[in-house]
Design a protein around this ligand. Structure first.
Ligand code: TYD
Length: 137
């Protein structure tokens, strides 16, 4: 599998809750970029791509976003509807994500800066890359 779902610890009491992730521990790569996607209409689908070398971790601190994942051998869906869940993606995973609630924010930590050349946005190219196992580690 080229992705992993991690349920974070929840440190909570009557004053609220706290969860944390640590680079090099929870997130198994060095973080060079953080971005977030918000103001997305309910039912909107984004993504439609894979990455050649980029590692990413995604989480949804509020709202609900469903991530559909396909690494060429296995498909699955991960519901990010709690701030305690993160999904860690290695290179070579096609992802589509659908926003289920208007207040949803999808946060992403990435192992490198933005580079359009790292994107695979064509399904046929994705299939060819899967067959050649042409992904970064
Ligand atoms: P994209 O990654 O395609 O978003 P999604 O997969 O959610 O649909 O990015 C959307 C646009 O934003 C695209 O034109 C590239 C730009 N962008 C940046 O300039 N910097 C970034 O760090 C990211 C993630 C995207």
């Amino acid at each position: 599998m080229r992705y992993e779902v991690i349920d974070l610890e929840r440190i909570g009491d009557e004053h609220g809750a706290l969860s944390f992730m640590e680079a090099g521990r929870t997130i198994p790569f060095e973080i060079r970029r953080i971005y977030y996607i918000y103001d997305v209409s309910v039912g909107e689908v984004r993504g439609h791509h894979a990455h050649r070398r980029l590692h990413q971790a995604m989480w949804c601190p509020s709202g609900s976003v469903e991530i559909f994942l396909d690494d060429g051998t296995e498909r699955s869906a991960v519901m990010l509807d709690t701030p305690e869940r993160i999904v860690v993606l290695r290179p070579g995973v096609w992802r589509d994500y659908v926003f289920h609630r208007a207040d949803s924010t999808l946060c992403v930590a990435a192992s490198d800066y933005y580079d359009e050349n790292d994107y695979v946005r064509d399904r046929d190219e994705f299939r060819a890359l899967v067959e050649g196992e042409y992904w970064g580690p």
